[in-house]
Design a protein. Structure first.
Length: 139
């Protein structure tokens, strides 16, 4: 399949995005959206999908051990339903339980403070989600 893959790390106020290159080899942080609602997030994401010729979407869902879903996981599921209803591209999910922690650690290793650019954590987390998705689906 041709076209880029978009990864989404949804949050309450910010949504991190990452994109592959057109050959679907490299996962790169793209941008952080400031949002007011799921509808607002989806409208902004639709613009990215169109601009960047996205043909597939993957959303990180915070899963945790055990059968009970966290409140954040429930909110993400609602977001996914809104997203699926408003875009034509297939939407896949992947466990992103520790992507934000890994993103913060990555920033610390680069000598950057998380508080300087909170959106960077979201973008990097989305890139980690995308990298994991590529590894799982493309070997």
């Amino acid at each position: 399949m041709q076209g880029r893959i978009l990864a989404i790390d949804p949050g309450g106020r910010r949504v991190g995005l990452a994109l592959t290159d057109p050959l679907r080899i490299i996962a790169s942080p793209y941008e952080t959206l400031l949002i007011s609602s799921n509808d607002d997030a989806v409208e902004q994401i639709r613009g990215v999908i169109q601009r960047e010729q996205v043909t597939e979407v993957v959303v990180g869902v915070p899963l945790r051990p055990g059968a009970e879903k966290s409140e954040q996981a429930k909110r993400v599921e609602v977001f996914i339903e809104v997203l699926k209803a408003r875009i034509d591209q297939p939407v896949f999910t992947i466990d992103e339980s520790y992507s934000s922690v890994e993103a913060e650690e990555s920033l610390h290793r680069m000598g950057k403070k998380v508080g300087d650019d909170k959106g960077a954590v979201d973008r990097i987390a989305a890139a980690l989600i995308l990298k994991q998705y590529l590894q799982e689906t493309q070997g």
